[in-house]
Design a protein around this ligand. Structure first.
Ligand SMILES: NC(=O)c1ccc[n+]([C@@H]2O[C@H](COP(=O)([O-])OP(=O)(O)OC[C@H]3O[C@@H](n4cnc5c(N)ncnc54)[C@H](OP(=O)(O)O)[C@@H]3O)[C@@H](O)[C@H]2O)c1
Length: 303
């Protein structure tokens, strides 16, 4: 599997990464429900195929599984990303220390503010971001950024030199991408105290009010605005990692087209897919490896 540098972080990752936060219709995380050893084996299987970018978050409940997998590899062979919903310094420090302990590691490669929906929300959570920057200076984190759930956030990233990288939702169908026009759920979730209230709801209720991927194709001009913004971010030497490549499985009947599309975007360094079994890992690796080979051959012919 081809390796690429994430922006100018010096962090080398595989073109394809593995996600551990795939939502089920019940509102639970599919990987968190897997047996600890089963997900650990799947992560190791992915690593064997060259996938060194493992994605998690404080709220996915997959730290026990990842800890199990990390026991069986050299720590430096894995690029571990986690995300925090924290809004202030105290919460980040608390959740970061729990993360180190729960994963039994002394550093995290990449830390992100989780699911930021608006530029206002980013401002409200700026203390949390600054705390991550401090942890980076202390050598406990290698790169910092955010995972985006809205266009205004992506635009704000252009004004923030401290951001090393961005996780952004992108797929050919425009499903559940980072639109500038947020629905009721996302508007509510961008307000810190309301988000905390929503978190207290049972998983089943949360999944009922959460917008489904297949209900939100964004218009073509909005799709272009997102990709143009990502292009601008990338031209500032920030890393871009694509997510929701298969729109939470909605594009599962068109996997090749979906993976090839994101793989072809010049501003996407790497992308993560929630892969729940070996067959999905094999299939997605094959698509990415074939596309990389074809691209190299074309480049050779051109030169
Ligand atoms: N930062 C954030 O705010 C945020 C939010 C959500 C998720 N994430 C991260 O992004 C990752 C990716 O998102 P996601 O998992 O929700 O969506 P996704 O990657 O777009 O889709 C995952 C689904 O695609 C299906 N799939 C994968 N490979 C396949 C293949 N070869 N053939 C057929 N189906 C295939 C699987 O479905 P079935 O096996 O069920 O068919 C899986 O459930 C998550 O796991 C998580 O790590 C980040």
């Amino acid at each position: 599997m081809k390796r690429v540098e994430l922006g100018k972080t010096g962090i080398m990752v595989s073109r394809l990464g593995i996600g551990t936060g795939t939502g089920l219709p019940s509102g639970h995380c599919a990987q968190a429900l897997m047996d600890k050893d089963e997900l650990a084996r799947l992560l190791l299987y992915a690593l064997d195929r060259g996938i060194n970018l493992w994605d998690t978050a404080f709220q996915y409940n997959t730290y026990p599984h990842i800890k199990e997998a990390l026991k069986q590899v050299s720590r430096k062979d894995v690029v571990l990303t986690t995300k925090f919903s924290a809004a202030n310094e105290m919460e980040i420090i608390r959740d970061f220390n729990i993360t180190l302990k729960d994963l039994n590691t002394d550093y995290v490669d990449i830390c992100l503010l989780h699911g930021v929906r608006t530029d206002t929300e980013l401002q409200v959570r700026s203390d949390a971001f600054n705390a991550m920057v401090k942890l980076k200076k202390e050598g406990k984190i290698r790169a910092v950024g955010l995972s985006s759930h809205g266009l205004s956030v992506l635009k704000s990233v252009l004004e923030m030199p401290e951001i090393d990288l961005v996780w952004a939702r992108v797929n050919y169908a425009g499903l559940n991408m980072d639109t500038g026009c947020l629905g009721m759920y996302d508007q509510m979730a961008s307000i810190y105290w309301l988000k905390k209230c929503v978190k207290l709801l049972p998983a089943r209720v949360k999944s009922l009010i959460r917008p489904k991927a297949n209900t939100q194709p964004i218009p073509e001009d909005a799709h272009k605005e997102v990709t143009d913004t990502l292009q601008s971010i990338h031209s500032q030497s920030k890393g871009i990692v694509g997510m929701k490549v298969l729109a939470e499985g909605e594009l599962r009947n068109d996997v090749e087209k979906a993976v090839k599309y994101v793989n072809s975007l010049p501003f996407v360094d790497s992308f993560i897919i929630g892969m729940l079994n070996k067959k999905e890992i094999d299939e997605n690796c094959k698509i990415v490896n074939t596309a990389s080979r074809e691209q190299m051959e074309t480049e050779k012919q051109v030169s």
